[in-house]
Design a protein around this ligand. Sequence first.
Ligand code: DON
Length: 317
Amino acid sequence: VTGSISFAQKSNTTAIDVASLSVILEKNKHYYKEGVVADYIPELGKVNPAAIAFAIVDSNGKLISVGDRDHKFTMQSVSKIIALMLAVMENGEKSVFEKIGYYGTDRPFNHFANLETMGKPLNPMMNAGAILTTSMISGQEDKPFIKILEMIRYITNNPSITYSQAVYQSEKETGHRNRGMFYLIKNTGAITGSEDQLNNYFRQCSIELTTEDLAKIGYFFANECRRYDGDNRYENKSLAKLILSQMLIAGMYEFSGEYARTVGLPSKSGVGGGIVVSVPHCMGIGVFSPALDNHGNSLAGYHMILDLANEYGLSIF
Ligand code: DON
């Protein structure tokens, strides 16, 4: 029983086709000129700033995409929702959220001052929270990372997904701030393992996928952890609700409030330029354009989502 709002959305969204996505993409692609490609991880700075793609998986599980649909990019912070999923599946929500808050944020993704004041990360979408979440997935060395990768391969039904060694090395060599957070959390006792656990966070950020893969991930969490092709082996309504709520309050970092007002959909961005969006009980959206706004969210990506949400009345509010 999903209520009348989502029923209206479902009947409406089946009208979205290649032509409607193309119009929105063409209208908004210029925004890349106003954004900045992330280069604080040197390997990320090598991307073509004009690359752009837009994909949806509609309420029937049908995939539609336009633009550079085969272009692969690193998922970066989008991986945090998969790490949260696995940490909660293995440890239970209560145990995970004893160590991490449910708080929203007015701070950038790499903020960690509250580790000192509250003694725990604000939420699992910020780097500090995500580093801790990944450390809660069981297994030695890179096993927790392999579980994240396998889950992404499952959700996208795309066994060819892997990670970029070059981006991983680059993240590892330049991630001093993340390393600092790892040791601050270790100092509280919430992390007990070795730096392998931090390396798994760097690896998950370096997983490469396409905009179509993002749309499938969006569909999965929109539909109680059921895959776009109907496979339901991980179906879990409560877990999907938890993840969607975290995406809504913190998925776009300190822009989340304004984003909730303008778009009104649970979403998660990554500095690689991807954003995954879930339209609850309905469909998934994936966008990619590597030039970012000053919060670390794809600028053209945001505008494509905004137009689609407005045109089809997708806001949950
Ligand atoms: O930890 C980092 O700095 C990056 N690998 C991921 C951060 C990120 O994607 C923030 N996003 N918008």
